[in-house]
Structures are given as structure tokens and as C-alpha cells.
Design a protein around this ligand. Structure first.
Ligand code: NAD
Length: 301
């Protein structure tokens, strides 16, 4: 594995910038790009090498990493005039780390492979903290050949890289994760709402439940924020809605009913309608407060 490869990193948002910095810290040559001038300026100020001409950058890249908002953005980077198919040399490997549609991912992978460009879908869990600390959990789809070629790039950002199978299985794993997390949050909200209505102290309720069959990561890590009325993100409600929609689209395409995920999506949409899209996903508790007309939180956040 040579270290003089050129790694083009596209998408310098709250996740992408720290991820690109960790690749650079590992001693690899990274050049970063974002469509927004402001994002490029901020990345430059953070010490990253930043390119202004994306076509020229893609033309000499050996590895392209994308960390973009949603499916259409990645489609544009693969198929657009400024994209990988139009500009990359055969032999380049594209790693898409955004959370996007598993169905579209398979199509993007096939189009890339047909052009001689390797494709790996490698969405992440672990949030901004994990991105900063190089401690993300990466769910990777793609051939072993391509995953081996980019193993050092992924390792630079991750505490764990799990190889899930062929292209699309990384994104499939991510949507399963997002469906499971959202329903777990809903379960804790319902237990807390009932507990509050019955006059139970929620700190004591949480402590008791942590010792039993209702114990969960959500109860342990997000429960205190719900009880304290701390709505700060964490993982924003807008992203939770996007990911639930991706999961439900994939479910519909495969004739899989997901009644609990459909229900919790509607509750998150209610939060969006109240202008709460930037709150953390634990602030689903506010929707329950409105439904039951009582405060889960001890202090309004
Ligand atoms: P963000 O909106 O902060 O950043 C995305 C960046 O991509 C923006 O700066 C945007 O200008 C840029 N961009 C859009 N199109 C581009 C293009 N064609 N070329 C170059 N740059 C382009 O988003 P984020 O929070 O960093 O999330 C990125 C992805 O990671 C999303 O899919 C999200 O769901 C996922 N994710 C986010 C978190 C989180 O906690 N924020 C956690 C896990 C996964």
C-alpha cells in the first residue's frame, strides 16, 4: 500500500471536515473539496489542503471519498459533469460514506464498475464526536479487492470497520440501524410518558429499567437528556427523518411492512412541523409531551 496516493475528499460539512483531517493525520495525502466557498475556506483554515477545481482533482485522484447530505448529491457526483464517471481514471476507487439509499447505491456501484471505477459504500455511525476522534463505526459494502485497496483510508477514521458484503450492504445496514434506533427512542419516550403520568420519578425509573429487559443504549445515553429537557443534538431530527424515509423506501421496494418505523416517522414529522428539525433525535420526547399534555422533562430545555 503506497502512501503517495491522492485522496480526494468531497463534502466538508460537520462530519466530512473532521474525517478528512483524520485521514491527513494518518499520513495520507488528502485534498478536500466542497461546492460551498465557505466550507472550503473553513476547511483551509482548519489546516486541510483544499482544491478549488473539482474536475482537475478527480482527474488525478486514486481514491475519492464522498460525505454528502443525501442520495441526489451522490448521484450528481457519480453521473454529473463534475463527477467521477466524467473525470476519474479507471482504477480509482470511490468510497461513499454518506447515508443514502441502498437501492440507488447498487445502481451507482454498477455504473462505476462498468467505467472501471471501484465502488465501496461505507456509511458511518458515531456522530460528530466519532468523526472528530477517528472512532466511527463503518459499515462497508464492496468487493474485498476494493476494500483492501482503501483499508488504510477507512481505518484512519474508524474504531471499527465491518465488511457487510457486496455493494449496497453497507447502506442496507445503516438503514436497519436507523430504523432500530428510532424505534428504541420511541420505546423510551413511551415508558417515560407513562411513568410521568403515574407519578414515578424518572431518574429512578431509568435506573430500575437499566437493570432489566428494557435496558438499551438509548435508555442509557439519551435517557438523561430527555429527563433533563436537553434537546441539543447529537443526531439532528432532520437527519433521523431522512434516514427513516430511506429505510421505509427500501422496505416498500421489497414489500416489507415496517409499521413501527412508519409510526415513529410520523412523530418525527410532527416535530419538524413544530420547527424542531435541529433538535437531537431524543427530543421526540417533546412530541410525547404534546400528545399527553404533560412534561416528560423536569426543566424545559
Ligand atoms: P452537512 O450538511 O454538514 O455536510 C454536507 C456537505 O456536503 C455540505 O458542506 C455541502 O455543501 C457538501 N456538498 C453537497 N454537494 C456536494 C458536492 N457535489 N461536492 C462537494 N460537496 C458537496 O452534513 P453532515 O452532517 O456532515 O452529514 C453528511 C452525511 O453523513 C449525511 O448523509 C448524514 O446523514 C450522515 N451522517 C451524519 C451524522 C451526524 O451526526 N451529522 C452522523 C452519521 C451520519
Amino acid at each position: 500500500m503506497t502512501t503517495d496516493r491522492c485522496i480526494a475528499f468531497l463534502g466538508l460539512g460537520v462530519m466530512g471536515t473532521p474525517m478528512a483531517r483524520n485521514i491527513a493525520r494518518a499520513g495520507l495525502h488528502v485534498e478536500a473539496y466542497d461546492v460551498l466557498d465557505k466550507a472550503r475556506d473553513q476547511a483551509r483554515a482548519s489546516g486541510l489542503t483544499v482544491a478549488d477545481d473539482v474536475r482537475e482533482l478527480l482527474g488525478r485522484a486514486d481514491v475519492v471519498v464522498t460525505m454528502l447530505p443525501n442520495t441526489p448529491h451522490v448521484e450528481a457526483v457519480v453521473h454529473g459533469a463534475d463527477g467521477t464517471l466524467a473525470n476519474c481514471r479507471p482504477g480509482t476507487v470511490h468510497i461513499d460514506m454518506s447515508s443514502i439509499s441502498p437501492v440507488t447505491t447498487r445502481e451507482l456501484g454498477e455504473a462505476s464498475l462498468s467505467a472501471g471505477i471501484g465502488y465501496v459504500d461505507a456509511p458511518v455511525s458515531g456522530g460528530v464526536k466519532g468523526a472528530r476522534e477517528g472512532a466511527l463505526s463503518i459499515m462497508a459494502g464492496g468487493s474485498d479487492e476494493h476494500l483492501d485497496q482503501v483499508a488504510d483510508v477507512l481505518d484512519a477514521m474508524a474504531a471499527r470497520v465491518t465488511r457487510m458484503g457486496p455493494i449496497g450492504t453497507g447502506q442496507a445496514t445503516k438503514v436497519c440501524n436507523q430504523v432500530g434506533v428510532a424505534i428504541n427512542i420511541q420505546a423510551v419516550c413511551e415508558a417515560f410518558t407513562l411513568g410521568r403520568a403515574l407519578g414515578v420519578d424518572l431518574d429512578k425509573l431509568r435506573e430500575a429499567l437499566l437493570g432489566g429487559a428494557t435496558s438499551s443504549w438509548v435508555l442509557e445515553n439519551l435517557g438523561p437528556q430527555m429527563i433533563a429537557g436537553d434537546d441539543s443534538a447529537g443526531f439532528r431530527i432532520a437527519l433521523q427523518v431522512k434516514d427513516l424515509r430511506l429505510g421505509l423506501e427500501a422496505a416498500q421496494a421489497n414489500n416489507v411492512p415496517l409499521p413501527a418505523a412508519s409510526g415513529v416517522l410520523d412523530m418525527y414529522v410532527e416535530a419538524m412541523a413544530h420547527g424542531e428539525e435541529s433538535n437531537g433525535n431524543q427530543a421526540l420526547s417533546r412530541v410525547y409531551e404534546r400528545l399527553a399534555n404533560l412534561q416528560i422533562a423536569e426543566t424545559a430545555g
